[in-house]
Design a protein around this ligand. Sequence first.
Ligand code: PMP
Length: 304
Amino acid sequence: MAITAPLLWFDGTLVESRMATIPLMGHAPQRGSLVFDVGSFHRARGGVALFRAREHVARFVRSARIVGLALPFDEDALVRAAVDVVAACKRDDGLVRWSVYFAANEPDLLPRDGTTHVAVAAQLLEDPPRMKPIRIAVFDDARKASPSALSPEAKVAAAYLGPMLARRRAVAAGADDVVLLDDDGNIAEAPIANVFAVTNGTLRTPPLGRVLPGITRDAVLALALAEGIPVREEPLTRDAFVTADEAFLTSTSLPIAPIGTIDGRALGTAEAPGPMTSRLAARLAAAQHGEDDAFAAWLTPVAR
Ligand code: PMP
């Protein structure tokens, strides 16, 4: 669970978070058109730094463009806004969430007024992520929206409803989370995380085009390359997933969650996290905390 910091950035100024509300008849709640992105910040090099903020902002801008939301701030301003809210929250680690939505108090399917509001908030995690193995369920009929129905690149609120219902079903079946299939019945992604499998020392993940271009996914691929681990971005069959030696989820808030069981069956490695999962998680943590010079460019320092 995450708590919003007391101050957030709203259309260019810091305001009290509890004052930032959305109109009930607005397009965001009535149609789910709010676009967002979530990054993270960490203790690093004696201070605090945002992790891959420029990539999160670039994806935020792309999502807004897909949904047709005008962004009246450029990418530099959106990174600076994140630096400002993180500096104001006086914490060493947490999440930062960019949002853009139609301002008008009207739910017409095609809004007449295209004016938008932009907010950037720091969110503080109540329990820090742990490497606790999770139980995954996979259902034949729990699938990602087809890319022809909605681009998987758009981080828009409405895209999360189907995945939310699928997770609820997984939890009711005794699992922690669900992995959704794509149109062809191959592994796509979890509701808010990408999926990796390890087979015979090779790291495998479904290709882009049907899944969100996760920034942690991208970081893990770059770190694997640096570690000399063979990597394959190619369709991952359900069979290859359930028979993998190791598997894990990646997302900004996890950032790596080892998978212990899939549909009640343990993976090839007796104990999750397996060795490759642990190795990549350690390298990612080092990069996030400024302890890996090769990836220092991923950090944006926050002056306090
Ligand atoms: N897939 C989906 C659908 C997501 O919402 C997220 C979370 N942003 C991810 C994957 C993981 O992306 P990231 O590593 O950038 O957090």
